[in-house]
Design a protein. Structure first.
Length: 291
């Protein structure tokens, strides 16, 4: 027996009991107790109204599961993986010319991961750069096509990439360069070479990777030096106009910074907090151009 009919049966029994009570009350009590009888009749009427309300609520409860079932049946079934396995998805990405272009240069191919999410495969590879830095490249496989390299909007979301990279113990993600390698490469640019021609001694230096995304890997550099005139100074290096970090990448046939870096003895406003922090923690207070 359903819960609804059980409840109704109990309420019916209660009504019968109350009805019997009213009849016995009327038959066996004195006639001057008419007010008590009327009170009981009113209570029975109120109980009937409550029963009716309960029946309506039970009707709603029995209808809702039907509605839910109807809505659920309209949801399309989960799309099966295409290709069928993670290994096949990884093989497609490895065979993609776009992925080959995206991952260069690298020295070692280390490991791969793939995950079916919704209607596509997210794929990520772990590599070692020629400078000994482990980095990742990612791609998406959807409807039999590989999205890699410049297809940023179709590639896996950054949160997913970072989570997988952390599983490999990475603290940087797309950059191929260590700080040491970045220093060596940035000094090959014309602007930095010309600035360092005025330097007698390099005292200290810091490389700051300010952007490490699928689209850009950008750096700022600060050199604490003693110049040939005996003064100590701070040389800052960044991208065009020092508005942003200088971007690592392939310039001509070589990977690095090319002639993109710009060096300046004048420290721009947006870099002053960083430079002052370096001066305080690394004892660069002797620089004549410290802001």
């Amino acid at each position: 027996m359903s819960k609804r009919y059980t409840v109704l049966a109990l309420v019916g029994a209660l009504l019968i009991g109350l009805g019997g009570g009213v009849a016995s009350h009327f038959l066996f009590k004195e006639r001057d107790q008419t007010e008590d009888v009327l009170t009981l009749i009113l209570e029975v009427a109120d109980l009937r109204a409550k029963v009716k309300a309960l029946e309506e609520k039970l009707d709603d409860l029995t209808e809702k599961p039907r509605e839910t079932t109807a809505i659920t049946s309209e949801i399309p079934p989960r799309k099966p993986p295409n290709p069928g396995t993670a290994e096949e998805a990884i093989a497609m990405v490895r065979a993609s010319p776009e992925m080959s272009e995206a991952v260069a240069p690298f020295r070692k191919e280390l490991e791969w991961k793939a995950e079916w999410v919704g209607d596509r495969w997210y794929v990520i590879g772990l590599f070692e750069s020629p400078w000994g830095v482990r980095f990742v490249q990612d791609a998406t496989v959807k409807d039999g096509r590989v999205y890699a390299y410049l297809d940023y909007k179709d590639r896996p979301p950054r949160d997913w990439v970072i989570a997988k990279a952390h599983e490999w113990g990475l603290t940087t993600f797309y950059t191929r360069l260590s700080s040491k390698a970045a220093f060596e490469l940035v000094q090959k640019s014309s602007s930095v070479k010309n600035a360092l021609d005025k330097v007698e001694r390099l005292i200290d230096a810091v490389a700051n990777l300010v952007e490490d995304t699928a689209a850009h890997q950008r750096w700022f550099f600060a050199f604490y030096v003693q110049r040939k005139d005996g003064s100590k100074a701070i040389l800052v290096v960044g991208g065009s106009g020092l508005r942003e970090g200088v971007e690592e990448g392939r310039y001509g046939e070589a990977y690095g910074f090319g002639d993109a870096p710009e060096a300046s003895w004048e420290i721009p406003l947006h870099l002053r907090d960083w430079i002052q922090s370096l001066a305080s923690t690394r004892n660069w207070q002797g620089a004549f151009n410290l802001p």
